[in-house]
Design a protein around this ligand. Structure first.
Ligand SMILES: Nc1nc2c(c(=O)[nH]1)N[C@H]1C(S)=C(S)[C@@H](COP(=O)(O)O)O[C@H]1N2
Ligand SMILES: [Mo]
Length: 181
């Protein structure tokens, strides 16, 4: 367990605003910004990509951790293989006003997914359905629910919680909770 965390058996919901409900007919995922050619996937196109089912622990900055959660989704590696970028930084954006910033390193090499199933069932809207970003090696605020896009940026731009004082990186093993940790 990362330092300062305790285990929960339920699955708390933490949302900064109301739960958006975009139907999968209208849902798309876009990778754009500092890329050679922007790419957009429809829901059906995303679902046709190779998926992975994986089990991981998740860690919230409010100190709960949930162990052994099972998800299905598309690895970011699969999506990033279809765009060319020199940029190191990106912003994940969502339905609703939420954003979070990450580096390409933190979402590459099997470290991040666009997840659409939890425990073998479609992901609940409250937990980010139809699809959320999942970056389990960082605190859960980096795992943007209701994700709709990733925009590569030439500079690092703090997202919603990062601009409000949460740590820019958010590694639970180093207890990077707030900006001066
Ligand atoms: N779009 C969006 N994503 C979000 C949030 C949010 O408010 N909006 N909250 C973040 C925070 S602070 C946490 S702890 C997790 C909570 O995920 P859960 O509600 O599935 O437990 O989602 C993260 N992703
Ligand atoms: Mo959070």
């Amino acid at each position: 367990m990362p330092p300062g965390q305790y285990v929960v058996n339920d699955f708390p919901v933490l949302s900064a605003g109301p739960t958006p409900r975009t139907s999968t007919d209208e849902w798309t995922l876009t990778i754009d910004g500092a890329v050679d050619t922007a790419r957009t996937w429809s829901w059906d196109q995303l679902r046709e990509l190779p998926s992975e089912t994986f089990t991981t622990d998740i860690h919230c900055v409010t100190k709960w951790s949930k162990l052994g959660t099972t998800w299905t989704g598309v690895s970011l590696d699969t999506l990033l293989a279809e765009v060319e970028t020199e940029a190191e930084y990106l912003t994940a954006w969502c339905d609703g006003d939420y954003t979070t910033n990450l580096t390409i390193e933190d979402i590459s090499d099997g470290k991040a997914w666009i997840a659409y199933d939890f425990d073998g069932e479609p992901l609940d809207p409250e937990h980010g359905g139809p699809a959320r970003l999942l970056v389990p090696h960082l605190y859960l605020w980096k795992s943007a629910k209701w994700i709709r896009g990733i925009s590569f940026t030439p500079y690092d731009e703090p997202g919603f919680w990062e601009a409000a004082g949460y740590h820019n990186h958010g590694d639970p093993w180093r207890e990077q909770r707030y900006w001066n940790d």
